[in-house]
Design a protein around this ligand. Structure first.
Ligand code: SF4
Length: 726
């Protein structure tokens, strides 16, 4: 490592330590050592100290101990005269920096100085979990933490657009000479937020700890690594979290110190200024600190230095295209034209047909295009008919492919797609229309993307777009008939009606011992993979993460244990799991990776179970929030009494059937109850009578056991009279 770099790192670390010390002493003086400290929405206390030191920092006294440890890591600044090895010292200073920055940030929260204006601040555990699926399926191949400001707004926008087009999540923040990239992007009206893959974290370098916090929690959440296993946590970040730092503008000592912390986690830093480089690999996969002065090449250089695997669809359309544009909204004031929603008739329908009747690549527009739009009306009817054919194509794949239309259209910059089937709502904004986006481009996108992702089962794709009302109505009638048939086919499937289940090991890139077993009546815990998806995915990629498991000999019908399933899970979980029950949360429950939609938890005092979804941030009767519960469930381990599940599992007839089934359910958040709506009402009726739905409490009735008990007694909840759960 260059001595100049080491000097800057260590100087910066001392400066940050001083600030942490001063702030902490002031806080202790004003509030006392027992003053509680916490970041919002995390079960990991001060995550860096929790991961690296196994410290559960709850108050200022705990912070003092962390600070003392940080101090012990701080070396002297290398002198100009006497040569000493300084790589180790600079890296220690990097870790000390992260621990100190964490203390400064939590104190800012204590004094209500965070999050900064227009910034996200600390990223919650819920966000980490909800993005888990995009991380594992490659939609989001990595993260960039940008520090500083570009030389001008145009360059800033170009850099983030290039990162977005590669679906790389961008954490934007820090400043150079008082200017932050956050403000450059704001001035250029770039939409920011999680949905747009651009997350402003804060305008100073110290808040650069937020993206690093987020990464280290990945090791604890998905990697099954225990707090205090510092080396394993850092290695996990290096090997599984594809992050890098991008320093725009001059580097000061604080950026060098924070950058050294990032490098310790395996994340290289790429700068656009003439800095001394640190090229040896080891701590990072390739170079640790490099420069790239040409802004048109800097994103490519970042990807190369970090080894990010990017899948980019090059589609010949006049707007940018990539998953990062998925969450973009098209607002009324920027609207060129819209279809469906409440304003016009619209439908999308994908179906297979005779291979000789499909002309691959043909895109037809039947009716007028969007340049003839009535400028006052701004809406048109739209029917999207996708005809597919393939020798290996199975009719059951139709809804799976059709569901992708939402994603494919949303990935086009300037387009917004909501809902599915005959409830779609599509908007195209003015810029996209000005750049030349026309309806045929929707067909071009669908043709290209379906081939790119499903070429193993598809040979031909043709798209017809209708904009005449009567044509759209006709297509709707045809589609509705097919939709009804599909619904019956899927809902009629039971675990008994098949002899094969499917595995999913996608999350092993984060939780190495986790295996989901997906059955017709139990979807993957992330909620994204049903049995049909598993089967389709296996046909598409026979060596992929979804493998068929012949059920074979049944070991226990009630628990849902099969010999072959147990053997498969044992082998794929690196021999860490001996057996799993498909229908119990008490006996050999399935493992949970971390990206579950909901958590089931036993409430032994009331002989029942509760379920909580990850969007619910309030308290639950088991005394824990979703975030706290999630902290003890994930990581690919079995936790009897707790189980990560997909939302729709609640309405399955196999819902914890070995433990008593749906009548055990005593509490769930109102929003979850309402989201499951009629399906839940129907299942309640079947399981315990028409009035059972109202007997399941929500947070408006109880958030503690003391409140829940009298409610359940009053409504005569069946769980109270069931055989003891434990
Ligand atoms: S089904 Fe299971 S392993 Fe597969 S992506 Fe979902 S949570 Fe991960």
């Amino acid at each position: 490592m260059s001595k100049l770099v080491a000097q800057a790192v260590i100087r910066g670390a001392h400066q940050i330590f001083k600030e942490a010390e001063t702030k902490l002493n002031k806080a202790i003086q004003e509030k006392g050592e027992s003053q509680k400290i916490e970041f919002p929405g995390t079960a990991f206390y001060l995550p860096m100290a929790n991961a690296l030191m196994a410290k559960e920092a709850k108050n200022l006294k705990d912070a003092k101990e962390i600070l003392a440890h940080a101090k012990s890591l701080l070396p002297e600044v290398p002198s100009d005269k006497i040569w000493l090895p300084y790589l180790g010292g600079a890296l220690d200073a990097g870790i000390a920096t992260l621990l100190c920055e964490e203390i400064i940030m939590v104190l800012r929260y204590l004094y209500k100085e965070e999050p900064q204006a227009d910034c996200e601040g600390f990223f919650s555990d819920t966000i980490l979990r909800s993005l888990g699926i995009q991380l594992v399926d490659g939609r989001m191949p990595g993260f960039a933490a940008i520090l500083g400001a570009a030389q001008d707004n145009k360059t800033a926008v170009e850099i983030v657009r290039q990162l977005q087009e590669r679906n790389i999540l961008i954490f934007a923040g820090s400043s150079t000479k008082g200017r932050s990239i956050i403000d450059q992007l704001k001035e250029e009206n770039v939409q920011m937020g999680w949905d747009n893959y651009i997350v402003p974290y804060g305008r100073d370098t110290l808040s650069g700890i937020y993206p690093l916090h987020w990464a280290i929690r990945g090791a604890l959440t998905f990697g099954g690594i225990k707090p205090g296993q510092a080396k394993k946590c850092l290695l996990y970040c290096k090997e599984r979290v594809f992050a890098f730092g991008l320093a725009l503008g001059e580097l000061d000592d604080l950026k060098y110190a924070t950058g050294a912390g990032a490098i310790c986690m395996g994340f290289p830093v790429i700068a656009d200024t003439d800095i001394p480089e640190v090229k040896p690999s080891g701590i990072t996969s390739y170079e640790a600190l490099v420069k790239e002065l040409d802004h048109s090449k800097i994103v490519a250089r970042c990807i190369e230095v970090r080894g990010v695997k990017v899948k980019v669809a090059k589609i010949p359309i006049p707007v940018m295209y990539g998953a990062a544009f998925e969450g973009e909204r098209v607002r009324k004031e920027n609207l060129h034209v819209e279809f469906g929603g409440k304003v016009s008739t619209a439908v999308e329908y994908l179906h297979s047909t005779d291979i000789n009747k499909v002309e691959d690549g043909k895109v037809e527009l039947i009716g007028s295009d969007i340049d003839n739009i009535n400028s006052a009306k701004k809406n048109m009817p739209l029917g999207i008919e996708v005809l597919v054919a393939g020798r290996k194509f199975n009719k059951d794949f139709e809804p799976i492919l059709e569901r992708q239309i939402h994603r494919y259209i949303n990935w086009a910059m300037g387009l917004m797609h909501i809902a599915q089937r005959d409830m779609i709502w599509i908007r195209i904004n003015k810029e996209a229309a000005e750049k030349g986006f026309r309806l045929k481009h929707i067909g071009i996108i669908l043709h290209a993307m379906l081939h790119q992702e499903y070429s193993a089962i598809l040979d031909k794709v043709q798209v017809k777009l209708y904009t005449d009302e009567k044509d759209v109505e006709k297509l709707i009638k045809q589609a509705q008939k097919a939709f009804e048939e599909r619904d019956e086919r899927i809902s009629g499937m039971t675990d008994e009606s098949v002899d094969t289940f499917y595995s999913c090991t996608l999350c092993q890139s984060f939780a190495p011992n986790h295996v989901c077993v997906i059955t017709p009546q139990r979807l993957g815990l992330c909620g994204a993979y049903s049995w049909l998806d598993g089967r389709a995915s296996f046909e598409i990629t026979p060596t992929g993460p979804n493998q068929p498991i012949q059920k074979g000999e049944c070991l226990d019908e009630k628990l849902g244990q099969w010999k072959n399933v147990n053997e498969f899970v044992n082998q794929k979980s690196n021999k860490s799991i001996g057996s799993i029950s498909m229908y119990s949360l008490l006996v050999d429950p399935q493992t949970s990776c971390g990206c579950f939609e909901c958590i089931l938890a036993v409430i032994p005092e009331l002989n029942g179970v509760m379920i909580v979804n990850r969007d619910y941030s309030g308290m639950t009767p088991c005394g824990m929030t979703f975030t706290t519960l999630a902290g003890s469930v994930g990581g690919g381990v079995q936790t009897p009494g707790f189980l990560g599940v997909g939302k729709l599992y609640t309405v399955s007839k196999k819902f914890i059937s070995a433990d008593g089934g749906l009548p055990r359910l005593i509490w769930m958040p109102k929003e979850l109850k309402e989201a499951l709506g009629d399906k839940l009402k129907q299942r309640c009726k079947e399981a315990a009578g028409a009035d059972f739905y109202d007997k399941i409490a929500d947070e408006t009735q109880a958030t503690t056991i003391e409140q829940l008990k009298p409610f359940l007694e009053k409504v005569d909840h069946p769980a109270l009279k069931m055989p003891p759960l434990l």
